[in-house]
Design a protein around this ligand. Structure first.
Ligand SMILES: *Cc1c(COP(=O)(O)O)cnc(C)c1O
Length: 365
């Protein structure tokens, strides 16, 4: 088999090896079925069981209350950017509040503007999105249609340490890049959505956890595929769902439950990985500079710059030679970014830290 490298890509990202191995082993024929997951009918009992288990795993991992639906949708997180305002802003006579902590939140806002009136209740632009606001800095409207946040900004590497208090206004959250990285109090959210390709599976499926009263309120005059109520009534199989992607979500959540032991354990491991990385950056102070401010730092994406942009190229090339792939940062932040999602092993982070220390020794002025 081709050797696997440590893939620090922001997404699609590394998947847990045991999940990939199980998928590989069973690819030609699912045990006891004799048909590949790629060939099976989405109306079969086999798939019904798989999607049911994926949902049950998510319910267990996140302790999802009974008054929430779990939907498996398509169109990525970006379709949710549009669907949320289509269902709950358009025609509501209200405005929607958006907290802008980075690039994805801005994209969500752009989509909402096509459906109704929005307010930006905080914008981190002044410091190039290096921090998360304090509760007191949010200019929230108690009569807003909803408040939208991005719990983890993948590009800037900033993450809400806890969710803001939005009172009775539904909190809507794009959790694409930190879904399942730690326990979350689902009952504090109206809608929590995440595309799968960062932490939960492959591209093609988006998980939407949505409270019953919001499901019931979806307007009747929307096309079925864009209507949360119709989609929920259709149990996520209104049309042919992304069967393979749902299957991998089932395997990844099996891994989280059986091999990791739940989200408290996952959080402990994620904390260990991210501390190692920031300690390394701090040890080379003046050579590496972290983008995110302390207190706002993401467990999942670590953005940092080198002493000079001229060093980016040799850094990335030499990292690649050591089997450390996809460390290039986003142009809006510059430098490098290590995405260390759940499936990145501790050894991957240790190998990176070791490389970073040696590179700093060799190149610091
Ligand atoms: C990757 C990402 C997205 C984009 O999701 P698509 O599935 O490509 O639409 C949206 N939000 C965040 C926070 C992301 O990390």
């Amino acid at each position: 088999m081709e050797k696997r490298v440590y893939n620090f890509s922001p997404g699609p990202a590394m998947l847990p090896l045991p999940a990939l191995e199980e998928a590989q082993r069973d690819l030609l024929a699912l045990p006891g079925v004799g048909i590949s997951i790629l060939e099976i009918s989405h109306r079969s009992k086999t798939f019904d069981d798989i999607i049911g288990q994926a949902e049950a795993n998510l319910r267990r991992l996140l302790a999802i209350p009974d008054n929430y639906r779990v939907l498996f949708m398509q169109g990525g997180a970006q379709l949710q950017f549009a669907m949320v305002p289509m269902n709950y802003l358009r025609g509501s006579g209200k405005k929607a509040d958006y907290v802008l902590t980075g690039s994805w939140g801005k994209k969500a806002l752009q989509q909402a503007k096509t459906q109704g009136e929005v307010r930006v209740v905080w914008d981190g632009q002044a410091t190039n999105y290096d921090r998360i606001p304090e509760q007191g800095q949010l200019d929230l409207d108690p009569d807003a249609a909803y408040v939208h946040i991005t719990s983890n900004e993948t590009i800037q590497g900033v993450q809400f340490p806890t969710e803001p208090d939005t009172g009775d206004v539904p909190l809507v959250c794009d959790s694409s890049s930190d879904f399942l990285c730690r326990p979350v109090p689902v009952e504090r959210y109206g809608i929590l959505y995440a595309c799968a390709q960062k932490n939960a599976g492959p591209a093609g499926v988006t998980i939407v956890i949505i409270r019953d009263d919001l499901v019931a309120r979806a307007p009747a005059d929307l096309p079925s595929m864009l209507n949360y109520r119709v989609f929920a009534e259709g149990k996520s199989v209104l049309n042919t769902p992304p069967v393979f992607a749902v299957y991998i979500v089932k395997l990844v959540t099996d891994w989280l439950l059986r091999e990791i032991g739940g989200l408290d354990k996952m959080l402990e491991i994620n904390r260990q990985k991210v501390s190692r990385l920031y300690e390394t950056i701090d040890r080379c102070e003046g050579f590496y500079e972290a983008h995110a401010a302390p207190g706002s730092r993401s467990l999942m994406n670590v953005a940092f710059r080198l002493a000079s942009p001229d060093l980016d190229k040799p850094f990335l090339e030499q990292a690649e030679q050591r089997g450390l792939a996809a460390l290039k940062g986003h142009r809006s932040v510059g430098g490098c970014r290590a995405s260390i999602y759940n499936a990145m092993p501790v050894e991957g982070v240790e190998t990176l830290c070791d490389f970073m220390l040696k590179f700093c020794e060799k190149h610091k002025a």
